[in-house]
Ligand binder design. Sequence first.
Ligand code: FAD
Length: 480
Amino acid sequence: MFDRSETGGSHAVVIGASIAGLLAAHVLANHFDRVTLVERDRLPDEPEFRKGVPQGRHIHVLLVGGNRRLEQFFPGLNDELAAAGAACLDWTADCWWFNFGGWKPHFASGLTSMFGSRPLLEYHIRRRVAAQPKLRWLPECDATALLADENRTRVTGVRLRPRTPAAGEPAEWDLPADLVVNASGRDSRAAEWLKSFGYPAPPETRINSFLGYATRAYERPAGWQADWQALIISATPPKSSRGAVIVPLEGGRWLVTLAGAARDYPPTDEAAFLDFARSLPTPVLYQTIKDARPLTDITAYRRTENLRRHYAHTLDAWAERFDLNWPKIQAIDPKRFDERFRRVWRVYLYGCAEMFRSPRGRTHLFQIVFAKGNVTHQTYPMSRRFLYEDEVVRLAAQGIRRPGDPLIEDSLRVVDATLMTEFPAGPCWRRYNHDGYGQRDNGGPFLGWGVGRPWPLLTATSEPRGTMSPCALRVFRLRI
Ligand SMILES: Cc1cc2nc3c(=O)[nH]c(=O)nc-3n(C[C@H](O)[C@H](O)[C@H](O)COP(=O)(O)OP(=O)(O)OC[C@H]3O[C@@H](n4cnc5c(N)ncnc54)[C@H](O)[C@@H]3O)c2cc1C
């Protein structure tokens, strides 16, 4: 039972008790006196499907990196999952992958992860998180709004609506917090909440491949044997948009998900489901399930549209606060929160803001390669124009370079041969260190982690090179 009179100390609230929310709460418990997890669903005492996680009925694999990280967070989790019936599979030996007309080679890679149902995974993580004494649970409770200070620049808590208020409890009440983490997933109302504070709604990009799933669990026949434990059958566009997966689940079950893109949705009636399975580019999956005993109905899922909200404004605000509060952050642990940490986070915050703003939705790699954290509001986005006009013109004005200088030409040839890499956005020249050219903000020397101001002569234009040598053209374009 949640005790609303409990106050004092630092308090973090996490909205949503699915994977992201559980992990966030687990980490925050190391830093806050109290952590409250708010979840609109009832949280079952067993591995059970729940409405807030509709993907729980479908194929839901745990990839190797995610599994390793979970095991780091909760040592022994894999053993617990195995004891509950999950299988530890090698991704290249046990999972057979049919792709564009053939099976990928099978070999033991050591890249393993646990295969079981999504409810099983969530349940075991929840159990481990529940062992945290600082944690308070508020299940069957909707977060309906964020609370803010009078300037509307700081979130101060969450408004909550219990699904079934106890006698005498108000329909809605406010829970103050020092930090609020929104892990409410796909149905997040963050954009709406920020709008209520007077901020513009972030622009959205939606990309829909009209992919649909149809899923059914089967009993794995006793004594069943094969060289594979899981099958992945990829679509072969443009010929066919159909694919499928079969994975082992706890309880001696298989989970079979059929998938079709471009509105070629897999059907949910039995005969058509099997027909769809038969139409796959390899017969193995169909032959495996055609006589197997189904354990569930066939469930469809079609809400697979990709949605990106471009939170540039929020990222700008975070970057500003980060800069403003840097001395305080560093004082927490100067060894851990060192200059490198600062630069990494600045590139992340400014870079993400820039990415959200950019019409093409991405930061150019050269911006990261050259900036390496040496950014401010003024210099990021660090466009090619910035590199040329601000940096090169200054060099030319100082008479350090002149066009056609053989030394420059030769140097550039060496640079091209050793440092040039072609990226989709055009060629990019990796900066080399120890060149003594402004390695740090203050022009100081290299410190061992490659920070430096961009070196404009290492940056190409994106225009065609014509008949001139790349070096000559570059020097020409740079007007040196
Ligand atoms: C069909 C499908 C298949 C997928 N397959 C895979 C896969 O194979 N492997 C993989 O890694 N990922 C897969 N994904 C993606 C993965 O499921 C999600 O990225 C992941 O679940 C996101 O986790 P989350 O904790 O951020 O949010 P969610 O899992 O969406 O959870 C959000 C939680 O917040 C709660 N909530 C929402 N609003 C409120 C509110 N206002 N107040 C209180 N609580 C609230 C919900 O009830 C829910 O518990 C799949 C997704 C789908 C849809």
